[in-house]
Design a binder for this molecule. Structure first.
Ligand code: SF4
Ligand code: SF4
Length: 167
């Protein structure tokens, strides 16, 4: 079984192991070699597991509304999508990369007020202090161009702040 190094942990794991390889990097030949491949969704709560199990008896119709949801999710979650794994840390400029590199989604899919604090504004501003050392890019198991991604996130973050209604 082929082994790879798992990010900055240095652990050697099976290439098909949990978290070792993003599904989009598997080609047909790879997928055919392993009979134990299991896609794992991010489930945090038991109720989410219950929802998944219930789908077997009551599968939702794949209608136009569902296709639109899928298209939106695919556009937001594919490509330059930081998974927040943190293998790129630590950053010498002190940038909290594992959250900053997915700020676009955190602002739109989570409790936004958490990321509008003065502390977060300072943390996002640290992106300007990126030393271009390349450490994050080298360690990212998803081969993201992390420094470039962070700059995009900062531009979006500042635009988001500007558009907020003034209190
Ligand atoms: S390239 Fe920039 S963001 Fe990445 S680890 Fe170095 S200083 Fe931090
Ligand atoms: S940039 Fe890459 S290594 Fe860093 S948190 Fe995101 S996915 Fe993980």
């Amino acid at each position: 079984m082929e082994k790879i190094r798992l990010g900055r942990t240095g652990l050697m794991v099976s290439r098909s192991g949990f978290g070792a390889i993003p599904i989009q990097r598997l080609d047909k030949n790879d997928a055919g070699r392993f009979n134990t491949l299991v896609p794992i969704w991010g489930i945090q709560f038991e109720r989410e597991l219950d929802e998944f199990i219930a789908l077997e008896k009551n599968p939702p119709p794949l209608d136009d509304a569902m296709r639109r949801v899928i298209a939106t999710d695919r556009a937001e979650l594919a490509g330059d999508f930081c998974r927040g794994c943190g293998y790129c840390l630590p950053c010498p400029a002190g940038i909290p990369i594992s959250q900053a590199a997915r700020m676009f989604l955190l602002l739109r899919r989570t409790l936004v007020s958490r990321f509008l604090t003065d502390e977060w504004k300072r943390d996002m501003a640290k992106i300007r202090e990126c030393q271009e050392c390349g450490h994050c890019r080298e360690q990212c198991p998803y081969e993201l161009d992390t420094p470039a991604l962070l700059k995009m996130m900062l531009a979006d973050y500042e635009e988001f702040l500007e558009k907020l209604p003034q209190s």
